[in-house]
Design a protein around this ligand. Structure first.
Ligand code: ADP
Ligand code: LRH
Length: 460
């Protein structure tokens, strides 16, 4: 069959890429045409994203895509969740988006809970408590002078899509992370979202629009190129692209955060799920991503930054020689959310002394693996599902030590890869919408299980 090319824009909290996904006869090959760094910046008293800068990188990437691959069938966009930009009446961005790591929600959480109890919130939105969920950020935003000028609240992948196409929508998997969506109906909660000017919802697989003239001029892509809505929450796209054979699997999408859980046909919002702080995020095709946001490689990224970026493979090799059973931390400790001074904060929270960078790295990886194993066990308990294999995808799948420790501590088989699962899921949802991939997620994953190169880690 003829090869077709789909462009994926995938931006995580630590970096972005523009990828060409070449789909031919049940096999999808990714080519990264542009990579760029990302991170929070301090501006006007808040931690923000330089989103205008990220948009420029997206255009650069799309230009490379057009130059390298010619006939591009469609483009899809995903980023991290929960954050948003405010647009004025004329469609202009009122300020660079505040990042979820900013401390502004501290009092907002209590104000929200004074109006709606955590139990009531969980019954409606099905989300684990995280202090940076959009609901709390918007509560803090109401106190800012920009709020009364805001005509639209636009989630970040949708903001990029707006700049590319001029169309305003809210993609539904990402909307599910706002805390304002009703988990049972997948529509805005009339109580919680009443006065928030979100654009209308759109499902993955629908076409958002075609390219504005300015974008055509900047990239060389034809104006007819469709932007196709995908699972625009990066984790939703990652879960599409699990190389899973059958249904007895759990996953860890391991990057800045670790998203650990299973896929379900329906939400689970009982008291025990709330107690264990499990979330019911919306997946592609109406699925539920029943998972827990667990601390992630942010602890490692921020430590590396503090140590002036030493060579990671060397440090990991050294960490590997250290004995098992060393100090650990609770990777979910809210003390780790803010940037800066990470090695010291880890040492202060650890169950024993940490003397060297290698010891700190080993502590982080042991702690992550413990959390992965425990969370998979909890997902099994809460859902009654059997899990034979844990698929680790994302940047963390390149960390052999982390994957091996996870296999050892969970007593389950671990499959590592694909590294770029998110971009791959983005490509495949577009490909399906344009007739180039199978109809069901199960068939898509079976193709991946047959074609993707993954590494297997067996306990002991
Ligand atoms: P995000 O989407 O949240 O920005 P990624 O999925 O891109 O995150 O993962 C980034 C992480 O992947 C880095 O913090 C790093 O820990 C890990 N990583 C990247 N390359 C390697 C490597 N060669 N070996 C081990 N870990 C790696
Ligand atoms: C991962 C992610 C995660 C959210 C967090 C804010 O990149 O989207 O699913 O919990 O960022």
């Amino acid at each position: 069959s003829v090869a077709r090319v789909f462009g994926a824009v995938d931006i995580g909290a630590s970096g972005g890429r523009v990828v060409a996904g070449v789909v031919a006869g049940g096999r999808t090959t990714l080519h990264v045409v542009h990579r760029f760094p990302n991170g929070v910046v301090e501006r006007d008293g808040h931690l923000r994203w330089d989103f205008t800068g990220l948009y420029r990188e997206v255009l650069t990437g799309l230009r490379a895509l057009a130059a390298g691959f010619g006939d591009v069938a469609s483009i899809g966009i995903d980023t991290w969740a929960v954050d948003y930009g405010l647009l004025g009446e004329d469609g202009s961005l009122l300020a660079e988006p505040v990042a979820y790591r900013d401390g502004r929600t501290a009092e907002a959480v209590e104000r929200v809970h004074a109006r709606v109890s955590p139990e009531e919130l969980y019954a409606v939105n099905g989300l684990q408590f995280l202090p940076f969920t959009t609901l709390y950020q918007l509560e803090a935003e109401r106190a800012s002078p920009l709020w009364e000028k805001a005509a639209h609240v636009v989630l970040l992948p949708d903001l990029l899509a707006y700049w590319l196409t001029g169309e305003l929508r809210t993609e539904v998997t990402n909307a599910s992370t706002t805390g304002l969506l009703d988990v049972r109906t997948r529509t805005w909660s009339p109580e919680l979202a009443a006065d928030v000017p979100f654009p209308p919802l759109q499902e993955p697989g629908e076409v958002r629009g075609s390219l504005r003239p300015e974008v055509v001029a900047a990239t060389g892509l034809p104006s007819t190129t469709p932007v196709t809505t995908v699972g625009s929450h990066d984790t939703a796209s990652a879960v599409v692209a699990l190389p899973a054979d059958g249904s007895r699997f759990a996953y860890v999408s391991s990057g800045t955060w670790s998203l650990v859980g299973v896929e379900l046909p329906e939400p689970v919002v009982g008291a025990r799920a709330r107690e264990l702080n499990f979330t019911n995020e919306g997946g592609v095709d109406g699925r539920t991503r029943f998972l827990r946001n667990v601390g992630g490689l942010w602890l490692l990224q921020e430590s590396l930054r503090e140590w002036a970026d030493p060579d990671l493979p060397t440090l990991l090799a050294e960490a590997e020689t250290l004995p098992a059973g060393g100090p650990t931390v609770d990777v979910d400790d809210p003390a780790f959310i803010a940037p800066g001074d990470m090695p010291r904060r880890i040492a202060a929270a650890a169950t024993g002394p940490l003397r060297t960078p290698a010891e700190t790295v080993r502590c982080v990886l042991d702690s992550l693996a413990v959390a992965y194993a425990r969370t998979v066990d909890q997902a099994v308990e809460l859902t009654g599902r059997d899990v034979d294999v844990i698929h680790v995808v994302g940047g963390g799948s390149r960390n052999d030590l982390l994957c091996r420790l996870t296999a050892a501590l969970s007593g389950r088989r671990v499959t590592a890869g694909p590294v770029e699962a998110t971009a791959l899921g983005n490509v495949l949802v577009q490909a399906r919408a344009h007739g180039a991939a199978p109809a069901t997620l199960e068939a898509i994953r079976a193709d991946l299980a047959a074609t993707e190169d993954v590494r297997h880690h067996v306990p002991r």
